[in-house]
Design a protein around this ligand. Structure first.
Ligand code: FES
Length: 103
């Protein structure tokens, strides 16, 4: 896990839940989408609401405030409220830990 910073035990992230972690001073949302793990910027690009607790469904996370959905694999938004994609981070699982690529 050279470039990857271990942030959370895999077993702590149940299917279709998320957890906010800090990577190099940035808040990152870890998401378990039906067993696939993704890491995405945790602030909505519409009005900067935290995506923590947003519903995860079909590979997307929904913003709790106005419901914009972001594709977890690319950060692309769906809908009219924002066209600004969120940053996504590479993830690696090693030794039961989720690692997020720094930088
Ligand atoms: S703040 Fe996220 S959709 Fe408006």
């Amino acid at each position: 896990m050279d470039d990857y910073i271990p942030v959370l035990e895999l077993q702590a992230l149940s299917p279709n839940t998320s957890e906010v972690v800090t990577v190099n001073g940035c808040e990152v949302l870890l998401c378990n989408a039906d067993g696939d793990i993704f890491a995405i910027e945790s602030r909505c690009s519409h009005q900067q609401e935290s995506l923590a607790g947003g519903r995860i469904r079909r590979g997307h996370v929904s913003c709790p405030l106005h419901g914009v959905r972001f594709k977890l694999s690319t950060g692309e938004p769906v809908g009219q409220l924002t066209r600004v994609a969120l940053k996504t981070f590479d993830v690696q699982i090693e030794g039961g830990m989720i690692g997020v690529k720094a930088g």
